[in-house]
Design a protein around this ligand. Structure first.
Ligand code: SF4
Ligand code: SF4
Length: 95
């Protein structure tokens, strides 16, 4: 069997910042809520994570795939599922 090297997994995030503004919606991220649903580490001017290199494991899509979802899904399937959630948040965005 071919022992091919694992390709780097890069989630195609458009950096809209919307998931970081809805951390109250998931049990795993609600502890990050600064009080209005927005993560306390979210940098509003840049729409980026203020602690990106040290962000919690739950915020790491690639790590969550390797740890849990790779048992059930291919990377491509996992990306599609996550993008559906991104698109839902973007469709609800009124800003
Ligand atoms: S909602 Fe999706 S596209 Fe937007 S920042 Fe989060 S992961 Fe990236
Ligand atoms: S820690 Fe960073 S990546 Fe995670 S929700 Fe907060 S701003 Fe977003």
């Amino acid at each position: 069997m071919c022992q091919s090297k694992k390709l780097p997994q890069v989630f195609p995030c458009s950096q809209c910042g919307l998931c970081c503004q809805q951390v109250h919606l998931a049990t795993e991220t609600s502890y990050l809520d600064r009080g209005d649903g927005v993560c306390r580490h979210y940098d509003e001017p840049s729409k980026l994570c203020g602690i990106y290199n040290e962000r919690p494991d739950i915020c790491r899509v690639d790590l969550q795939f390797d740890r849990t979802y790779s048992k059930q899904y291919s990377w491509d399937e996992y990306v599609v599922m996550n993008l559906i959630a991104c698109e839902f948040l973007q469709s609800q965005d009124t800003q």
